[in-house]
Design a protein around this ligand. Structure first.
Ligand SMILES: Nc1ncnc2c1ncn2[C@@H]1O[C@H](COP(=O)(O)OP(=O)(O)OP(=O)(O)O)[C@@H](O)[C@H]1O
Ligand SMILES: [Mg+2]
Length: 398
């Protein structure tokens, strides 16, 4: 956004310039004026999209200039900064349609929140209403991390959604490594430690970007940090995340603690991941009992059977019966593609996109995004070069 800054204060100018350039899209201070009179006398040839106006030194005689300024740039958004805002100044500013008034010294978070609102109003960004999807392993090694990370990537790549994955493993979180070779510079615990800075731009800057529309927030790498993370932090992170992403995928890990519990509480859908074997079913039942005791509605919990092979002794119907919940999706056992992908840290959809496991993830994207089959088929056909639906992953048996 191209902005005009009106202020005598060089330090404030530099501060706003730095905060503005850190945003995506950036706020560029394209011109500056010393005061209202200066701004009124020297109009910009090209009207700014945003006027940031420091009213700290405004004289009572200049108040009417506020309204004049608003008339001079009728399409601009205004942000008024003031050490002490005089009541009459505020009334005039409001009359002139200026809605964002911030107290000085500048609180960066307040500045970014105001900018978020301005951008939404200007139609530059829109507030999203993202869905939170939690993947949780019923048993260690079920494949929850593999599915959460690769599904996140598939949602971004095939579903053309803006996706965030949060690794909630308290210890040994490794989700980033499944889809990237970049080392995270910030982790979940770092964010909790600086929760006051939390907004869309800050969150985005903390991610490992696997694709332009798919970022991963790494788990706390140092377990001793865990003490800094509070359930309230989770509320803030998810609130901001929902506003800025279409889908927030959680890799919950196996340990349910105060933090992951808070995340599960607000998840729209929980996908327990398990394999079709008795130990998994036993642990799955325990997990679902916990969810029931927490009062989670059963239709929020949707089972995913991973490494599924047809024709085994146990049937999906047995599992559904034992757990009292439906299996919404099965992912075939595809050892080579999964292992290759995990070992190289490249999403399976990118590495072996016509593999059974990649196709299955594509089907899951279709299921979650509720895209019409014909529309999605066209997209999948182009990606996978197939002419029919044969070879898609095993759907849930009826
Ligand atoms: N559909 C599949 N077919 C074959 N192998 C798979 C499949 N899904 C996952 N795997 C393999 O299973 C291994 C364990 O998966 P993953 O680490 O995702 O499990 P997890 O449930 O997250 O375990 P943890 O309890 O350690 O967090 C991975 O190395 C992956 O290669
Ligand atoms: Mg895991």
């Amino acid at each position: 956004m191209k902005a005009l800054m009106i202020s005598k204060d060089a330090l404030l100018h530099a501060e706003v310039a730095a905060q503005g350039s850190a945003r995506l899209p950036a706020v560029q201070l394209v011109a500056s004026r010393q005061g209202l009179r200066d701004a009124a006398d020297r109009l910009l040839p090209e009207a700014p999209e945003l006027v940031i106006f420091d009213a700290s030194d405004i004289e009572p005689g200049e108040w009417e200039l506020v309204e004049r300024l608003a008339r001079q740039y009728p399409d601009a958004k205004f942000m008024l900064l003031a050490r002490e805002a005089h009541q009459e100044l505020l009334i005039r500013a409001m009359r002139a349609g200026m809605r964002e008034v911030l107290q000085l010294p500048l609180v960066h978070r307040a500045f970014h929140e105001a900018m978020d609102r301005i951008e939404i109003e200007a139609g530059i960004t829109r507030m999203r209403d993202g869905k939170v999807l939690a993947f949780i392993a019923c048993k260690g090694g079920s494949g929850a991390t593999f599915l959460a990370t690769n599904f996140g990537y598939a949602l971004a790549a095939l579903g053309e959604k803006k996706v965030l994955l949060i690794d909630l493993h308290g210890q040994f979180g490794d989700a980033t490594l499944y889809v990237s070779d970049q080392k995270p510079t910030m982790t979940l615990s770092d964010i909790c430690g600086q929760i006051n800075r939390m907004d869309g731009a800050f969150l985005e800057s903390c991610l490992v970007h696997v694709a332009p529309n798919f970022g991963v927030l790494a788990a706390a790498d140092d377990p001793s940090h865990a003490v800094d993370m509070k359930p309230e932090h989770m509320d803030t992170i998810l609130r901001v995340a929902r506003q800025h992403y279409d889908f927030v995928v959680l890799d919950v890990g196996r340990q349910i603690d105060a933090l992951s519990l808070r995340a599960l509480d607000s998840a729209d859908t929980i996908y327990p991941v398990l394999q079709l074997a008795l130990p998994d079913i036993r642990d799955g039942r325990r997990l679902l009992d916990i969810f029931r005791s927490l009062g989670y509605p059963i239709d929020r919990t949707r089972l995913i059977v991973n490494r599924y092979e047809k024709g085994g002794k146990l049937r999906l119907a047995d599992l559904e019966h034992a757990l009292g919940a439906d299996v919404v999706h099965t992912v075939p056992n595809d050892y080579l593609s999964a292992t290759d992908s995990v070992n190289q840290g490249i999403p399976v959809l990118q590495l072996s996109r016509s593999s059974p496991v990649a196709r299955s993830l594509a089907d899951l994207v279709e299921l979650v995004t509720e895209r019409r089959v014909s529309e999605t088929k066209g997209l999948f056909d182009r990606l996978f070069g197939r002419s029919d639906s044969a070879g898609t992953a095993a759907g849930a048996e009826s």
